[in-house]
Each structure stands twice: as structure tokens, then as C-alpha cells.
Design a protein around this ligand. Structure first.
Ligand code: COA
Length: 183
């Protein structure tokens, strides 16, 4: 019902269980592109799996935890952003994202993440936000850099994928840095 314009042709809105079929159709276009870079539970194969993902986020949102948002480009669901973790008591959150290939390279994720971080820091008064990614995920850490995040550390070989283990980067931004960096 409610949506936030990212640009003339793109909108950000909560991804809810009634979107399950649309989400599953989008995952058919995104699955192989995102599989190496996101948590395995997010890469589902059918409508029931897509609905289960949305429901898992909805249940956590009900206790003021994680939240899931879709990005619609020309009224087609092309990806989204999320609070993979949100803890008001600790003043801390983690932001994540994904896109199908055709929607890359337009700045949609950076703009959508700005909306989430503005809400976390301004409306909710959080103190810090994190970004976790595989160390070889160039496009992902480029978003963290565009958001003004700082590389805080590397968890060595913390990311298993198809029999290999990859380093995991932790990026972060503080509320004070966000306010100084935000245009
Ligand atoms: C990570 C991912 C979401 C990044 O997508 P992206 O399109 O590169 O990021 P954005 O939407 O912010 O777009 C930035 C790109 O658009 C360009 N762009 C165009 N207009 C722009 C604007 N107004 N503002 C910012 N960037 C803009 C930028 O130059 C950049 O392109 P470049 O990297 O070729 O220079 C995408 O690569 C993806 O889904 N990867 C697989 C899943 C994944 O890795 N998820 C993250 C797990 S940690």
C-alpha cells in the first residue's frame, strides 16, 4: 500500500507475504546471480520457499527485528534491501541487499540503503549500522563505500560456499558519520 519513490521509475516498499508469487518469479531471474553472495536460506526454489523467506522476516519485524523491502522498477520486482539484523536496545543494525542482473548499475541499491539508514539513524536513533559481505564481492563493498562505511575487519574464511571458504568483510558506519556524510 505504501511505497517510497527511489526515482521516477523505481519504488521501495515492504515485501509482504501476498507478494510471494511475484518474489518467486523474481528469484527465478536472480537465483544464480545472487547464490554465491547471499545466505543459502534466501535462495529458494519455489513459491512456498519465497513465502517462507518473507514470513521469516515478518515474524522478526513483529518483534522490532529484521525487515524486508522490495524494489520495483517499472512495476517489476527486481530486488530489494533488508535489515538482516535490527536491535534497538543495542543501537545497532545490519543492512543487506540483492538485485537481479538487469537492474544493476542504476544506483537503486545505494538509494534504497540510504532510506533504510536514514530511518535507522534519524527516526529510530540507532548508533551504528553494519554491512557484511564476501571479501571478493566487489559490487557489494562498492555499495558500502558509497554509503560512507568503513572497513572494520575481516573474518577469515568465515563464508563457506560450494566446498571453499571465503573471507568475510565487516563494514560499518556510525550515526555521527552518517549525519556528516549524508548529502
Ligand atoms: C550487490 C548488488 C546489489 C549491487 O548492485 P549495484 O547495481 O552495483 O548497486 P547500485 O544499485 O547501488 O548501483 C551502483 C551502480 O550504478 C551506477 N549508478 C548509476 N546511477 C547512479 C546513481 N544515481 N547513484 C549511484 N550509483 C549510480 C554506479 O556507478 C554503479 O555502477 P558501477 O559499479 O558500474 O560503477 C548487486 O551486484 C547484486 O545483487 N549482487 C549479487 C547479490 C549480492 O552480492 N548481494 C549483497 C550480499 S552482501
Amino acid at each position: 500500500m505504501f511505497s517510497l519513490p527511489l526515482r521516477d521509475d523505481a519504488r521501495l516498499r515492504p515485501l509482504e507475504t501476498w507478494h510471494a508469487e511475484e518474489f518467486a518469479a523474481h528469484l527465478d531471474r536472480a537465483r544464480e546471480h545472487i547464490r554465491p553472495w547471499v545466505g543459502p536460506a534466501f535462495v529458494t526454489d519455489d513459491v512456498d520457499g519465497a513465502r517462507a523467506t518473507i514470513r521469516r522476516y515478518a515474524e522478526r519485524q513483529a518483534t522490532d527485528g529484521a525487515r524486508l523491502y522490495g524494489i520495483w522498477l517499472d512495476d517489476v520486482l527486481v530486488g530489494g534491501v533488508m535489515f538482516t539484523d535490527f536491535d534497538a536496545a543495542w543501537g545497532s543494525c545490519e543492512v543487506g541487499c540483492w538485485l537481479e542482473p538487469a537492474a544493476e548499475g542504476r544506483g537503486l541499491i545505494t538509494e534504497a540503503c540510504r532510506a533504510l539508514l536514514d530511518w535507522a539513524f534519524t527516526t529510530r536513533g540507532l548508533h551504528r549500522a553494519e554491512w557484511h559481505c564476501r571479501a571478493d564481492n566487489d559490487r557489494s563493498y562498492a555499495v558500502a563505500e558509497r554509503l560512507g562505511m568503513v572497513l572494520e575487519g575481516v573474518r577469515r574464511e568465515a563464508w563457506p560456499f560450494e566446498g571453499a571458504r571465503y573471507d568475510k568483510q565487516i563494514w560499518g558506519v556510525l550515526a555521527s558519520e552518517w549525519r556528516a556524510h549524508r548529502p
